[in-house]
Ligand binder design. Structure first.
Ligand code: ADP
Length: 343
């Protein structure tokens, strides 16, 4: 059966402000450990062996939701897929797009989006990954990635910081026990949006790539710039500490075109990551939490982003709190929606 690798037994969606995430399961027993199944997940670039079958991950730009619809259409929602009585198939969905695009999914795919709360899904997805998936969480310190095996009895409480278009900070105390305690609008959407305007980059990955070649010191005002090259010892600020992000761009004789796009991208990435790291630390401090897990597609496994966040958390907490990242960072909500079939 050449078409069976396209058959989906369960599908769930998380349609956010920027990206639509899909998690789907092809659980046909015949296909157990079959390589062809893996190849059907090329869009997301990742798949994991879980349960008896395969869980696939894919993402699309929310602005091109038609591509997402076409992708689902190219697959076959198998006969095991949950159905509404007398109606079309039900697909669990979370994120704002579950509301915004409900009519579109009904019209184009005869699929009824069954809405699940976004925070419920984020937490359920994170809890599942941290408990059930080997080598999910890791620290990133001094360029070294180190997986952390978390003792299940010692997982809670923790702070979950999801960096999507915007940022949510959630104090998690157990399964289904959580509170959204903070957040900031300076998130992934800010980096991507401002970055696009400043550099004219056409894709997020291009912007990230550019930022890797930049030097933020050309753009940021450092303590040393203010103190004539020296440290501000009395309060423990080194000459290389950033006093003001983008502070040098006030220079009277320079305009945007005089700056290298690499340096602007670097400075922007550093500003956003640093700020989120600092806010995460303050939020953790407010509730006495020592572990902070970062998720969301902004991170994108990017070394400089993770390093900046880790350094911020370490610096502000004087080593008391620890930043941890997750391998399936962008799919927490979609996984949570997927798991809600079992509720
Ligand atoms: P949301 O649910 O709000 O869409 P995500 O967790 O999907 O949030 O993260 C969206 C953010 O991820 C964007 O704001 C951007 O910073 C980053 N990002 C990573 N990859 C991409 C991409 N291919 N296209 C656009 N943004 C991306």
């Amino acid at each position: 059966d050449t078409r069976s690798d396209a058959r989906i037994s369960h599908l769930a969606l998380d349609i956010g402000g920027t990206l639509a995430k899909l998690v789907y399961f092809s659980g046909n027993e015949k296909l157990l450990n079959d390589d062809r199944v893996q190849s059907s997940a090329e869009v997301g670039g990742r798949s994991s062996s879980i349960l008896h079958g395969r869980l696939h991950f894919a993402k699309f730009e929310t602005g091109k939701i038609d591509e997402c619809v076409a992708f689902i259409n190219s697959k076959e929602l198998g006969s095991q897929h949950p159905k509404e009585l007398g109606n079309g198939k039900i697909v669990k969905a979370t994120g704002g797009g579950a509301f915004k695009f409900a009519d579109l999914f009904k019209e184009k795919l005869d699929v009824c989006l069954d809405k699940e709360d976004e925070m419920d899904c984020l937490v359920a997805g994170a809890n599942f990954l941290l408990k059930a998936v080997h080598q999910e969480a890791f620290t990133y310190i001094g360029g070294q990635k180190e997986f952390v095996q978390i003792n299940q009895d010692d997982l809670y409480p923790f702070l979950l910081v999801n960096i999507g278009s915007g940022v949510s900070m959630i104090k998690v105390d157990g399964n289904g026990k959580f509170e959204r305690v903070s957040g900031t609008s300076l998130g992934g959407g800010t980096f991507w949006g401002l970055g696009k305007l400043l550099t004219k980059c056409n894709s997020f990955d291009e912007l990230l790539e550019l930022s890797q070649q930049g030097n933020n010191r050309v753009v940021d005002m450092l303590v040393g710039d203010i103190y004539g090259g020296g440290d501000y010892n009395k309060i423990g600020l080194s000459s290389t500490a950033i006093a003001s992000s983008f502070g040098k761009t006030v220079s009277a004789n320079k305009v945007l075109e005089n700056y290298r796009t690499e340096d602007l991208a670097r400075s922007l990435l550093r500003m956003i990551s640093n700020n989120i790291g600092q806010l995460a630390y303050l939020t953790a401090l407010r509730f006495g939490l020592r572990r902070i897990f970062f998720g969301g597609f902004f991170i994108r496994g990017q070394c400089y982003t993770m390093d900046t966040i880790s350094v911020a958390v370490h610096y502000w907490s004087k080593g008391d709190a620890q930043a941890m990242f997750m391998r399936h960072e962008g799919f927490l909500g979609a996984l949570g929606a997927f798991m809600s079939y079992n509720k």
